[in-house]
Design a protein around this ligand. Structure first.
Ligand code: MN
Length: 151
């Protein structure tokens, strides 16, 4: 059910993106991935494993690497866990057409996960540190701010 929106937007006969088996991953921790996505507008997709799916945000300016930097992060549809391994080119005419590459991946710990606030510590190859996502209510429901917290 969580992946309905994801599947509805895609034609799996055409795209090589995973349809998602819905199987739960058994692993040592919670995975995160950041994918560089050269769609009509370059953006970075931050995905955090949560309850069997990847909770996803599109971050146009990329993940802030300095404490104090704040970047817009737009919540997008949940993706299947298998998407964390996806790299490839989504064909023209398909949703999100363009090249996807893995920019970083690793494990994270959730310090806090509430309706309007998510705080995580990410340990990846490039990213390492504490990050906070805060939903801002005056804008659209899916708009969040992502910032790097002081360690
Ligand atoms: Mn994307």
């Amino acid at each position: 059910m969580k992946l309905d929106e994801y599947r509805k937007k895609r034609d799996f006969a055409s795209t090589t993106e995973p349809e998602g088996s819905g199987e739960q991953r058994k692993g040592a921790g919670k995975i995160f991935v950041v994918q560089e996505h050269r769609a009509s507008h370059l953006h970075y997709d931050l995905r955090l494993e949560r309850d069997g799916v990847l909770v996803s945000f599109a971050v146009p300016k990329g993940i802030p690497e300095q404490p104090g930097e704040k970047h817009l992060a737009v919540r997008t549809e949940d993706h299947p866990l298998e998407y964390a391994d996806f790299e490839g080119t989504i064909p023209e005419g398909e949703y999100g057409a363009g090249k996807v590459t893995i920019w970083d991946r690793g494990l994270y710990d959730a310090i806090e996960w509430k309706e309007n606030t998510i705080e995580v510590v990410m340990k990846g190859e490039r990213l390492s540190g504490r990050y906070i996502l805060v939903r801002f209510r005056k804008a659209g429901l899916n708009d969040w701010l992502l910032f790097r917290a002081k360690d």
